[in-house]
Design a protein around this ligand. Sequence first.
Ligand SMILES: C[S@@+](CC[C@H](N)C(=O)[O-])C[C@H]1O[C@@H](n2cnc3c(N)ncnc32)[C@H](O)[C@@H]1O
Length: 263
Amino acid sequence: MGGRVWFIGAGPGSPDLLTVRGARLIGEADVVIWARSLVHGDVLEYASSRAEIVESTTIPLEGVRHLYERAVDEDLKVARVHSGDPSLYGAVMEQIELCEEIGLDWEIVPGVSSLGAAAAAIGRELTVPEISQSVILTRRASRTPMPEGEEISSFARHGTTMAIFLSAAKPRALQQELMEGGYAPETPCAVVYRASWPDEEVIECRLAELADRVREAGFTRQALILVGPGLGAGGTRSHLYSPEFSHMFRRAKPAEEGADAAT
Ligand SMILES: C[S@@+](CC[C@H](N)C(=O)[O-])C[C@H]1O[C@@H](n2cnc3c(N)ncnc32)[C@H](O)[C@@H]1O
């Protein structure tokens, strides 16, 4: 008796953004559980021909429980494939608790989040020196309420880059909350729909136009919304590659060769 489940991040969509480790473990699994609505079907090409494939969209946690109990009894390897990275809105904790309860070993295999795929789609770094060195990952309340103090408007007060998941369905309320929190109407925004999928679409606009543009495009789900002054910034330079900046692997040039101030 034993078995093990791997919670594998399948990446944002494109099947070649699955990690090498994830692909190997899917190939070794006796049972592969995946969600058709969130994960590209081609990840199943890594599965062995003898593997049992289970589509999870329609099965609640109780159905999964049955599969995990079988894994314990029959010593099965289970690959549970999640979209993006399992650590973000992945509903992994309830499964881990279930595994602990029934004595099934488990392990998380990280994946490429839609956060990285969305930043790649707009061709931007999300942390821009001297403009924004922090990224807040959050969402609007829906059927899942937000804990107190985690409202969009309170995070907006920081004025840094925000990445907003699961929130395209009510863009007008989102825009209002972001502005109430203090972002200026001209703050740059990007909305990336289905990043890395063949039908990926990108909107780049000012915050004042966000709701109209999202409505016009008809995005209600599978869209990541990025907002913050860093998205429009240019002309800044990181210390890491600056000639005046020493670090573990490189000494700074003497002052006369570089610019005046090394900070
Ligand atoms: C349940 S969460 C899962 C997030 C996932 N664990 C991740 O790391 O990207 C689903 C939300 O993630 C975002 N998302 C997931 N895949 C996406 C993609 N390919 N393009 C844009 N946003 C995506 C959307 O905000 C969507 O509403």
